[in-house]
Design a binder for this molecule. Sequence first.
Ligand SMILES: [Zn+2]
Length: 423
Amino acid sequence: MVRRPIIIALAATILALGGYVGWRLRSSTTPPLPLVRSATAGAPESLPPGARQPVAPGDRHAPPLPQIANQIPQVRTFEFTSNGFIEVAHALILVRKADSGMDRILQIAQSSARQAFAARPSLAEVDVSVYRAEDYAGFGGPSPLFTASVPSSRLAEFLAVTAASAGDYDRLWVNPAEPLPPQRHATGETHLGVPEAPPTFAGSPSEVQMQQRLQLQHQRRGPSPGSAVYFHGPPNNRVVALTFDDAVHPMYAPLLLDVLRRGGTQATFFIIGRNAEAYPYFVRDLARGGHEIGNHTYHHVRLTNLPEAVVRDEIQRTNTLIEDLTGRRARYFRPPGGEYSPLVLTVAQSLGMVTAFWTDDPGDFNNPGGTVLETRTLAHLRPGGIVLLHDSAPETIGILAEFLRDARARGFHLTTLDNQGRK
Ligand SMILES: [Zn+2]
């Protein structure tokens, strides 16, 4: 009888050791960090300076709501999708110049929303984006003329909006610039499927090595206070930053917000200024949900080799927008494509920003399939890690709830970059 406590203690020790060894084994199989590479050593696809970096999710489309497309000739596509909990629909409407008065646009938007809810009463929200047909060039092309988001509970209110009272409905945006201003380096929307990994530095070989040293230093000790770059969070506890690039997308934003709310998780969203401008209500929704808003430039362009004034303008314009919409200053900046240079770092720092990269890029950009995506994302989890996902990748929406659950079960706390730095 005397021996029983000893046996119990021994068993507990063996179990604890087993757990430790298991954890070490799992840790040792975590893939190595993708080191910063040199821009001259060759990015797989090198876009010219200022070219628009393609946004996720490539050319993947959600299923259509065909009933609507047949009834309203201006509707180009009416897609709907779900995150497993709620369903939303998104209408892309193209109007000719002669047909683009505010009264007319509103009428088309209202009948689209009404018919969508009638055709599919399970929808939680319908988004309408109206573009000018003559210059429409995809999600990354010239901005829409009008956007609105209609939660099912607010349909009646939306249907009662008139051109004179449009300002009273807070989930509606009218492009104030008429005619539309020319886009910076507009080359039309491209879907090259270029993944955003690893970060690429346009500098001399010794400058690239310096960035890699800094990256490895962050991996061992975490970034030092006041650092202009953030490659890795503090590695001493199981806190992981969850980040989404290319926000906000009108169809996926409500789904993502819903999954994160259900999972009790806050994340950092790197927003593209032009998208935030056209969909201000989603940026406000993000801020209200406790998420952090980061800066991903105004036009989502490659910044290396652009003049300083242009780099500054891309970051500054987006900062102003974020502050106007949320009342808070953005702290983190992420360059599109992960491409940066000494100048990009200097400009971001002079604007009071920290340039933030990632440790884990599971490649949701390329739609690898939900199972592959979740396996990769879980396999890459590490203390102090920074997960890079895209807010507009449908497969990410599909696996997110399960990923949040599995990460938690492994003892990881997912949060914003800002919170991670404080832990
Ligand atoms: Zn991006």
